[in-house]
Design a protein around this ligand. Sequence first.
Ligand SMILES: O=C(O)CCC(=O)C(=O)O
Ligand SMILES: [Fe+2]
Length: 286
Amino acid sequence: MQITAVEGLGAEITDVDIKSLSDAEFNAIRDAFAEHGVIFFRGQDTREEDHIAFAERFGDINVNRFFAAHPNYPQIALVAKEPDQKDNIGGGWHTDHSYDHEPALGSVLVARELPESGGDTMFASMYKAYENLPSDLKEKIEGRTAIHSGKHIFGEGPDSYYNTSDAGTHDEGTQRIGNASVAEALTDPEHPIVIEHPLSGKKALYVNPAFTREIVGLEKSESDELLAELYAHVFKGHDFHHRFKWEPGSIAMWDNRSTWHWALNDYQGQRRIMHRITIEGCALDA
Ligand SMILES: O=C(O)CCC(=O)C(=O)O
Ligand SMILES: [Fe+2]
């Protein structure tokens, strides 16, 4: 097995079969995941059972409350886009599950059916985003917390931000996944803006354009302005972005606490089917 850092962030893990990992190999993979934020595998020949078994080595599975489940494996969420669908899931920079009090650790995404071209996924490092933040911005967020919510996306409101890319396309309310009452019943958590990562101990910037609503203790306008500055810093941080091109047999596993991702929606009229398993996480501290 070989672990090789890739451009921007992440590591590619080669000469390995995720179906038959020794404990030593698994431990090295978990360390690489904590260190790099996202890990990539190629050419993996897996069935649903293999996907589940691999994910379970990292922790308990979080059964998704808002995405359609695989008909035979409820642990697997379908991240699917049909040829006649215009919007996709995750079509703007975000991290998953920050609307939970104990945000999920991350997800293992397996490519099952890919468009002829397009459908890449972008990743951004929140470790590097924090490290590279200008010192005045670091000072402005020092010790602060923010409120996160999923209600405006998964809840009953008329608007949906989830499918908004930072390029500015916005289809109102077209990607309702259902279960709005579950979303409405969630209480909105407050997380530190800079977290100490639970696995690596490194500092990571923990706000995101999809789910972070406001910075605690600031006027709404000041909060919006500061969040916009932080997001702009990540949007233009191309040296800490990675663009992952999917192939049959590709797997990506990202850490929700130290990365953002963005599923590019540039394959209209084609089908893209991904299987996602999400792993439970923990409360986040500064
Ligand atoms: O389809 C992808 O590449 C990722 C979609 C997404 O945002 C997710 O599964 O959380
Ligand atoms: Fe996502």
